[in-house]
Ligand binder design. Structure first.
Ligand code: SAM
Length: 376
């Protein structure tokens, strides 16, 4: 059975051919990683509000730390959930910052309706560009990306620590890491090339519009994290951690992290599934997007279009590099590694994913996703 078909979507100034799929019949399908662009809509906010694990961990941490403190809520969103939770828990005053004007306006209305306009001040703008009358005692934010730092948490919260939060102030969340497992994409998708369901097109179009051109945007795999059968047939290794971000400690948003994956299953190694582990409070069990149903979905990092045969005991060693892009906030990611298999020369494999794009249809994976006139 074929799940995918070719159609078109809109990019600035032109139409772009795209591979689409029917999510009802495709075992896994693609979405755009959208959190790093100002394209949040009601649906995106609702997915986060319905993520019970995320909501309960944050609610508990806010209830624990907000009483009696002054609070900064970075990225309050249209529902101002953590600003309201902090005020209800007894925060002395909350500054709720939101960069999307429509979301800031709705947040202000929601706060007025809830009767907290005297205790919560909504500030429209980027936290990195605002000033507060005085530094606060606690900062809550949920700007954790599909890769831990991809929404700019590292740079944004380092700036907040320097300018907006008192020394010793509490940060929620506590820490995040990006995680990686080796993936057999052919097994996950039952051999069919992956595509976007048509309802995803408008998000891809908005990401292209916000960057000003089509590019090989970061994609996430739907149908993987919450389906043990799909995970079992497609995850070829246990997870490793890279990109550690210590929000209550030494916070360095850039770096090179070395890691080694050991294959535990036989299969065709095509790339990595990259996820996030998030400790909302220090003593929490982390939220783990590679193995739990979550509003964070695993990113696909393609490495070898024709999956490379691997066996248990083979290894993939790699360096994972995070560099802040020229917008000063969002990271560009790159990964280079060597696949070591018994009796076969080592193979060098690499992947890169920039925030605002330096190539379109640059690799076989993206030529299949955005087929050109000459075909994939
Ligand atoms: C993932 S949503 C979280 C919304 C809400 N806080 C929640 O947890 O449900 C992130 C929000 O942060 C906003 N945002 C991201 N970075 C920001 C920054 N540096 N300053 C202000 N708003 C920011 C986005 O526009 C978006 O509304």
């Amino acid at each position: 059975m074929r799940y995918s078909f070719i159609t078109e979507l809109a990019a600035p100034g032109r139409k772009v051919p795209v591979r689409a799929c029917d999510p009802e019949s495709a075992p896994v399908w693609l979405f755009a990683s959208i959190g790093e662009y100002p394209v949040y809509d009601d649906v995106a906010y609702e997915v986060m509000i319905k993520d019970e694990r995320r909501m309960s961990r944050y609610a508990e941490a806010v209830r624990r730390y907000a009483p009696g403190r002054t609070v900064l809520d970075i990225g309050t969103g249209k529902d101002a959930v953590w600003a309201l939770a902090a005020a209800r828990a007894g925060a002395r005053h909350v500054w709720a910052v939101e960069v999307i004007p429509k979301s800031a306006r709705i947040a202000r209305e929601t706060i007025e309706e809830a009767g907290f306009a005297d205790r919560i001040t909504v500030v429209e703008g980027l936290s990195t560009e605002i000033e507060l009358p005085e530094p606060v005692e606690m900062c809550v934010s949920e700007i954790i990306g599909t890769l831990g730092g991809s929404e700019g948490a590292g740079s944004v919260l380092r700036d907040a620590r320097k300018r907006l939060v008192k020394p010793g102030g509490v940060f929620i969340p506590h820490r995040s890491v990006t995680t990686a497992v080796a993936l057999d994409l052919g097994s996950a998708g039952r051999g069919e090339p992956l595509g976007f369901p048509p309802f995803v097109f408008r998000y891809v179009e908005e990401v292209f519009a916000s960057v000003g051109r089509p590019f090989d945007l970061r994609v996430v795999l739907e149908g993987l994290q919450d389906n043990p059968k799909v995970r079992e047939r497609s995850y070829l290794s246990g997870p490793v951690e890279v990109e550690p971000l210590e929000f209550n400690g030494d916070l360095d948003p850039e770096g090179i992290d070395g890691a080694e994956l050991t294959f535990t299953a036989e299969g065709e190694f095509s790339g990595l599934a990259l996820g996030v582990r998030l400790w909302v409070a220090e003593d929490d069990e982390p939220i783990d997007s590679l193995v739990q149903s979550s509003s964070w979905t695993p990113v696909y990092a393609p490495l070898a279009e024709e999956g490379l045969p691997v066996r248990p005991g083979d290894r993939f060693t790699f360096d994972f590099t995070t560099t802040i892009s020229d917008d000063g906030v969002h990271p560009d990611y790159a990964l280079t590694g060597e696949l070591h298999r018994a009796g076969v020369p080592a193979v060098t494999l690499s992947w890169s994913s920039t925030h605002h794009g330096d190539g379109f249809r640059a690799t076989p994976f993206y030529r299949s996703l955005f087929p050109g006139p000459g075909g994939p």
